[in-house]
Design a protein around this ligand. Structure first.
Ligand code: CAA
Length: 423
């Protein structure tokens, strides 16, 4: 039986995260955005509430949350503010490739302290380079083996929390001529000599999250900072993004849902021509479309996360959820501003900040064009058409479908010969 209800435990996680968001993020979102400083106090509260480092297993003192749990937390954080949500969820992004690859010794030494410390500890995901954005396999940050150490040289950019992180999760190459087959994954302690951090100073929205450019000049790290196998770094990056794109989708759901609520409150109270503006179909139809987008985005998101929890690959589903949910967030926040008119455009209300925050969700962790590319390629791969003497066999996602053009005589489908004879 299909069951759309959250379990008791999932509901508790969602309620805790939503309560946190309503208490600590929503009322201070403008302040946090304008403060231009890392929200340490808030991070401490989120850490104490068990809302950070979701996937660190309970065996290593972490919350041991599932992927579905992460989408519940992501939705609640996104409801509060896109920037704050990104700041906290970036730790999941940075820790996921490590969790995929770590040996028990690496888990004890490097991952466990994220859960056992008294204060929140941050890691930053370093994949993107100036010349390797959508083309993630083009990384040039070089890792060279020297005795029992690795030496790292290169430059990463757009690394969320790169400035305050304790560790950097760095996708390197041992040989740039090998393309993705030369890539590796290294963990770099940011306090090591040879690391220089430059902040990305200003941006349109999500200003409570911070991105940095990080330069590595002959940075020496011990051998046990290689995670997984040399040559598999690209695969680890893709497996990570399969998971974390569901998290970004969840963030989009939160923004999209908040936009519905803000618009509905306004539409109920704002009176024009003697009635609340929500009484006009022009507005209520917009609200219905907005709610529908948020609702569809939520189920696509949870489904893509649920697949991970079932141990199934979710590449196509997480890409679809990511672009659908974040496009929904963008459209809903634009519609929210439109419904609120001049008030929506004014900084006195949250709508314009939500809209600026939504824009980034369509860009990071793979632009929505890249998501469509990933999904489109997966669909074509899953579809096979075999020509038989009696017609065609159509197979989609491993299951046979009826021949859409048969039964018929000869090899030419009826509709094809008819449309040809019309000419
Ligand atoms: N899981 C496992 N393996 C995968 C995979 C996946 N999801 N996707 C690809 N692979 C494997 C393929 O099977 C292939 O291996 P084989 O040759 O052994 O079969 C190999 O990886 C290469 O695959 P492709 O040929 O498909 O790779 P590509 O070079 O064409 O790239 C891409 C594909 C989807 C465009 C990828 O480069 C991509 O996702 N780009 C976007 C990068 C991105 O999202 N960056 C965001 C950075 S993080 C950020 O923004 C956060 C922040 O803090 C600001």
């Amino acid at each position: 039986m299909v069951d759309f209800a959250l379990s008791k435990q999932e509901q508790k996680i969602f309620d805790t995260a939503m309560e946190f968001s309503k208490k600590y993020i929503v009322p201070y979102a403008r302040e946090l955005e304008e403060a231009d400083e890392f929200p340490w106090k808030l991070a401490q509260l989120a850490f104490d509430a068990g809302l950070m480092n979701s996937h660190v297993p309970t065996k290593y003192s972490g919350p041991g949350h599932s992927m579905v749990d992460e989408t519940l937390i992501g939705e609640a954080f996104g409801y509060g503010d896109g920037g704050v949500a990104t700041t906290f969820m970036a730790n999941n992004l940075a820790l996921t490739p490590l969790l995929i690859t770590a040996t028990p010794e690496q888990m004890e030494k490097y991952i466990k302290p994220f859960a056992t410390g008294k204060e929140p500890q941050f890691a930053a995901f370093c994949l993107t380079e100036r010349e390797a954005g959508s083309d993630a396999a083009a990384v040039k940050t070089l890792a060279t083996k020297d005795g029992d150490e690795w030496v790292i040289n290169g430059r990463k950019c757009f690394s969320t929390n790169g400035h305050i992180a304790k560790f950097l999760t760095v996708f390197t190459t041992v040989d740039p001529t090998k393309g993705y087959k030369g890539m590796a994954l290294h963990l770099v302690d940011k306090e090591l000599p040879g690391i220089e951090v430059t902040m990305l100073e200003d941006k349109l929205g999500q200003r409570a999250s911070f991105q940095a450019e990080i330069e590595f000049k002959d940075v020496r790290i011990p051998d046990d900072c290689l995670f997984g196998e040399v040559g598999k770094g690209f695969k680890y990056a893709m497996q990570t993004l399969d998971r974390t794109r569901a998290g970004i989708a969840a963030l989009g759901v939160g923004i999209a849902q908040r936009a519905v609520h803000e618009a509905a409150i306004f539409a109920n109270h704002r009176r024009q021509f003697g009635k609340p503006i929500g009484a006009y179909q022009g507005i209520s139809f917009m609200l219905a479309d907005m709610e529908s987008r948020a609702m569809h985005a939520r189920w696509a998101t949870r489904y893509s996360a649920w697949l991970v929890d079932q141990g199934q690959r979710n590449t196509k589903e997480s890409s679809c959820a990511k672009f659908f949910a974040t496009d929904a967030a963008m459209q809903n926040t634009l519609d929210c501003i439109q419904i609120m008119g001049g008030y929506g455009y004014a900084k006195e209300y949250p709508a314009e900040q939500m809209m600026r925050g939504a824009k980034l969700t369509q860009i990071y962790e793979g632009t929505n064009q890249i998501q469509r590319l990933v999904a489109g390629q997966a669909i074509l791969k899953e579809t096979q058409v075999t020509e038989l003497d009696t017609g065609f066999r159509l197979s989609y996602s491993g299951k046979d479908y009826p021949d859409p053009w048969g039964p018929r005589e000869g090899k030419v489908p009826d509709f094809w010969s008819k449309s040809k004879s019309k000419k």
